[in-house]
Design a protein around this ligand. Structure first.
Ligand code: TYM
Length: 327
């Protein structure tokens, strides 16, 4: 039997190279492996937990579908769906919510971060975020979840949900594993923390042209270029991580040696890094144009995804309700 894969991205219009390396590359990797049945979602219900404009949302959802297809999700090898079109996600989330302590949700670092970021918009959806995410995964009985490192606590909590449900109502759900790629943690351009769509100046978008990439890299903090130890954190460390991810380990080692000897010229480093990043994302931008011009095809792909997912979702939900004594 094939292993089931589920993963999703929020439709924010700001898909960056962190999302690409951390999540989308893992999604592509798994769709290309035999033995995996992959479902990928535009998780719009998660998207509305932070401030947004309703009139822009339909476009954001569509843009993300285009970005994912352009980046390499292959409709012949995976199913692409929009979360809100399969309402069973919400129903399972509610059921799961009834078996879980609020205190555990309040303790999650992801919730605390969001609380700090949006003190004036602390809605129930934010607290419920990991419950809905667990439901996304469990609805398809997925055991493999390609995500970035920041999402590992959410996969851990999904495992807890599965364990608890199985214990209370009988074996129903597998305990999923996160599937992490080399780029599972893409650092911020600001020298601190991870690249994030909610932090302006931290990211490079998949839609950026070479000039924009150069401009964004120009803002990344550096130092004098020389020292007795290669920095392990901060602006320079982050730039070296990006060098390794886009240009390979050997080039990183070349710069590390320069740091200890003659010194790094950051202008050259940033110039070459910008070229390497653009090389990687240029084909995505070109492929995106194809899908932009073939909107019927995109509609068909999303309809197939919805229909495929609805069948599985209904089955799992019925089983869960039966076990809980609701059917
Ligand atoms: P979102 O849209 O915030 O992030 C999408 C994916 O991008 C990864 N990511 C990163 N990876 C490496 N380095 C970074 N700097 C970086 N920033 C973001 C995230 O880890 C994520 O994999 N909660 C999910 C959405 C979701 C989901 C799911 C995922 C909802 N339901 C079910 C998997 C399964 C999220 O963070 O979306």
């Amino acid at each position: 039997m094939k292993k089931r894969v589920f993963s999703g991205l929020r439709p924010t219009n700001l898909i960056h190279i962190g999302n690409y390396l951390g999540a989308i590359k893992g999604q592509i990797d798994l769709q290309n492996k035999p033995g995996f049945d992959c479902i990928y979602g535009v998780v719009d219900l998660h998207g509305i937990t932070t401030p947004y404009k309703p009139k822009d949302l339909p476009n954001q959802i569509r843009n993300l579908a285009l970005d994912l297809l352009a980046a390499g999700l292959d409709p012949q090898k995976c199913h692409l769906m929009i979360q809100s079109q399969v309402p069973e996600h919400l129903e399972l989330a509610y059921l799961l919510g009834t078996i879980f302590p609020v205190s555990r949700l309040e303790d999650l670092p992801t919730y605390k971060d969001k609380k700090a970021e949006n003190p004036g918009y602390l809605n129930m959806g934010l607290l419920y975020y990991p419950v809905l995410m667990a439901a996304d995964i469990m609805l398809y009985k997925a055991d493999t979840v390609p995500v970035g490192k920041d999402q590992v606590p959410h996969i851990e909590i999904t495992r807890e949900f599965a364990r608890k449900f199985n214990l209370m109502f009988g074996k129903t759900f597998p305990e999923p594993q996160a599937y992490l790629m080399e780029g599972a943690y893409v650092p911020s351009l600001k020298g601190e923390g991870k690249m994030s769509k909610s932090i302006e100046g931290s990211y490079i978008l998949l839609t950026d042209d070479l000039e924009m990439i150069r401009k964004r890299l120009a803002g990344a903090p550096t130092d004098t270029g020389k020292g007795t130890e290669v920095p392990q954190e901060g602006g320079v460390a982050n730039l070296l991580t990006l060098v390794e991810l886009f240009e390979g380990k050997d080039i990183r080692m070349k710069y590390e040696s320069q740091y200890l000897h003659e010194g790094i010229r950051y202008q050259d480093l940033k110039h070459d890094l910008a070229n390497a990043i653009y090389e990687e994302i240029k084909p995505i931008q070109e492929k995106r144009k194809f899908y932009e011009q073939n909107s019927n095809l995109v509609e068909e792909i999303l309809e197939e995804g919805r229909d495929y997912c609805s069948i599985i979702a209904k089955e799992t939900l019925r089983e869960a309700k039966e076990k809980m004594g609701l059917v």
